[in-house]
Design a protein around this ligand. Structure first.
Ligand code: FE2
Length: 193
């Protein structure tokens, strides 16, 4: 039997260990790790050349053995900011095992999730404090912080689903979330292939 965790519940106090029970995976993703994922490449290069490599997002995960039936769950914290007109974002991914779904819950902050399928469908949903997002099987998903403070999102997905970041790295998302006149706007991505 693979090691499993004990049942628990905790109060939401935004301390990661309290929310997750424990975490065994942590990642910090900076601008230099996301060059291929932001649309305004000149702005990326300008920021990096100016010595700025801001933290864009981090995640903490309670990762379970990669066995059907288990769930991985965690918290993503996306920092506020923009690269050019585009808000800070996560890479976004399809699940490697494409027929697997995911649930997201906005703990704190303001955000939008963009979703798309390989058939060319696209959607966007509000995903901020108190909002629940459901990602059906076969939908790629990316979270964007459209607020002025940190965005905290809780997620849960099947432990055996895996991640496919490569397709997004290559093709991008069909929609961008940009700031226009101080407000978030969804626009077509001119370099989407
Ligand atoms: Fe996912």
């Amino acid at each position: 039997m693979p090691e499993s965790i004990e049942p628990f519940s905790n109060s939401l106090n935004y301390r990661i260990r309290s929310v997750l029970g424990k975490y065994n995976l942590k990642a910090e993703i900076r601008l230099s790790n996301l060059k291929a994922f932001f649309h305004y490449k000149n702005d990326v290069e300008k920021m990096l050349a100016g010595g700025k490599d801001p933290l864009i997002y981090e995640y903490y995960e309670n990762s379970q053995p990669r066995v059907e039936g288990n769930l991985n769950f965690g918290v993503t914290i996306i920092y506020p900011g923009k690269v050019g007109k585009e808000y800070f974002l996560t890479r976004g991914h399809y699940h490697a095992k494409e027929g697997t779904a995911e649930v997201y819950y906005g703990l704190k902050g303001v955000g939008i999730m963009v979703l798309q399928t390989k058939k060319g469908e696209s959607k966007w949903i509000q995903l901020g404090q108190g909002q629940v997002g459901y990602v059906p099987p076969f939908w790629a998903h990316r979270t964007v912080n459209t607020g002025k403070k940190k965005l905290y999102i809780l997620f849960a997905y099947p432990s055996d689903s895996g991640h496919d970041y490569g397709t997004i790295k290559q093709k991008g998302f069909s929609k961008l979330v940009v700031e226009e006149r101080g407000r978030p706007k969804i626009v077509d991505n001119p370099s989407f292939t």
